[in-house]
Design a protein around this ligand. Structure first.
Ligand code: AMP
Ligand code: GLY
Length: 434
């Protein structure tokens, strides 16, 4: 098969790495790719948001299967355009990608099928949203709950795609009012023209991945991410500073509840509406008192969660993504090893604020890379034969072991072999589970 992967981050490097293990793959092209991906596959410059351009490129290169990594081309309808041209594709069409592209849409789907999630309301103007926020804090004050300064926060969300930055967990009235005003003031552009305000859910978060072929579903692994930049989960939010799989908090019983109570009803509701979901569905869950509730859906693999899933799945990932795209999940199963994987993100100094590009990363040629150790590139470029940093999150140093402690020891040993004074990483990835 000739395979095309769209995207150029650590997620796509890990997808490319897994696909390349599978003898079915004759030729792999990644667009746009990065310096690490260029070491294992062809990279092509292509406007991946332009469905027509992607379809033409796929036809010209006799591509048999397209795997779409990020949400933006999915939300732009690239999968629909490929399917119109008869090209097999992994990922939902535009209508089903609304599960990530619109928070309101997801809440409506949950309400329609009774999937447990936070109470919510939607607003299209600041005055009504601010009144709702005031009512929340005033009701608490009236109940005396805020006396010890212990007010339940409220969650303010821009409805649309905001590069992972559109959610504010507001601890105080002033913070909540400011978030509402910022969103309606245009800080997230059109994504903030509508605002969803939610009840704050307490608990432990975990990510649950499920392949869906429109009708059938196949659990595809669990993971936990570390969203804050600093050790001990402090500092600003990032795209994710590290991850591990499986997530011990998602026990078999909880996974089964999440599947039966949340994922299956939502997938059935999408089919009922005539917009069946095909691709990987990433359910962000909040676990409390042995019950899961939905925080959000994403219509793609998580980044860096994908890296730990691919490290564990290897070559079978391609067979299962193909079964998903071809509507054959009913007979499919995942062959899990009794293993654990961890990835440590190395980011450019300053991330998630301003950071510099172009610093040289040394030591990469000498790092151990095998089926237990991989350095996936997230934001790198080649300059004069050297690998240089070309993004905020730059490397995903990933390892697998018999237990999480072994995976961690291997991942951090690999980090130690990389010579990059302009980067940093968290030293406590996995702390919750370990
Ligand atoms: P999202 O982009 O919806 O994943 O939101 C980003 C992060 O905000 C989530 O991973 C949670 O940590 C947090 N979050 C979002 N919604 C809620 C909620 N209703 N209750 C508590 N935390 C939330
Ligand atoms: N790591 C979080 C995400 O991919 O959305």
């Amino acid at each position: 098969m000739n395979i095309l992967i769209l995207g150029g981050g650590g997620r796509e490097h890990s997808l490319a790495w897994a696909v390349m293990q599978n003898p079915k793959c004759d030729r792999l092209i990644v667009a746009p790719g990065n310096a690490g991906i260029a070491g294992i596959a062809e990279c092509a410059a292509l406007d991946i948001l332009d469905g027509g351009a992607v379809a033409t490129f796929a036809e010209e290169n006799s591509i048999d299967f397209v795997i779409i990594g990020p949400e933006a081309p999915l939300a732009a309808g690239v999968a629909d355009r490929l399917r119109e041209s008869g090209i097999l594709c992994f990922g939902p069409g535009k209508a089903a990608a609304e599960l990530e592209a619109s928070k309101r849409f997801t809440k409506e789907i949950c309400d329609a099928c009774g999937a447990p999630t936070a109470a919510w309301a939607r607003f299209t103007d600041a005055a009504a949203a601010n009144a709702h926020v005031r009512a929340h804090f005033h009701a608490q004050a009236a109940r005396g709950e805020s006396k010890g300064g212990d007010t339940a926060p409220i969650v303010i969300k821009a409805d649309g795609l905001a590069a992972g930055k559109g959610v504010i967990v507001a601890m105080t009235l002033d913070e909540a009012l400011a978030a509402v005003d910022d969103m309606f003031g245009g800080c997230f552009g059109a994504a903030g023209a509508e605002v969803v305000i939610e009840e704050f859910m307490d608990g432990e978060e975990a990510s649950f991945f499920v392949l869906c072929d429109g009708t059938d579903v196949l659990p595809f692994g669990t993971a936990q991410d570390h969203k804050r930049v600093g050790e001990g989960d402090t500092g600003p939010n990032t795209g994710g500073m590290g991850a591990y799989s499986p997530a011990p908090v998602l026990t078999a019983a909880l996974e089964s509840r999440a599947l039966e109570e949340i994922v299956k009803p939502c997938v059935a509701e999408m089919a009922r509406r005539g917009t069946p979901y095909q691709g990987v569905l990433y359910a962000g869950l909040m676990i409390k008192d042995g019950a899961p509730r939905l925080v959000e859906y994403n219509v793609r693999f998580g980044d860096p969660e994908c890296q730990v899933l691919m490290m564990r799945l290897g070559a079978q990932a391609l067979d299962l993504m193909l079964a998903c795209a071809e509507g054959r999940l009913a007979g499919a199963g995942v062959n899990w090893a009794d293993d654990h994987a961890m990835t440590v993100v190395m980011a450019a100094n300053g991330y998630p604020g301003d950071y510099a590009r172009g610093s040289v990363i040394g030591g990469l040629n000498d790092t151990l890379e095998d089926s237990f150790h991989m350095v996936f590139h997230a934001g790198t470029a080649l300059r004069g034969g050297q690998v240089v940093a070309n993004g905020g999150r730059v490397l995903n140093v990933t390892a697998r072991g018999g237990d999480l402690a072994e995976a961690r020891a291997r991942a951090y040993a690999l980090v130690g072999a990389i010579d990059w004074p302009d980067g940093f990483y968290r030293r406590d990835i996995g702390w919750r589970a370990l």
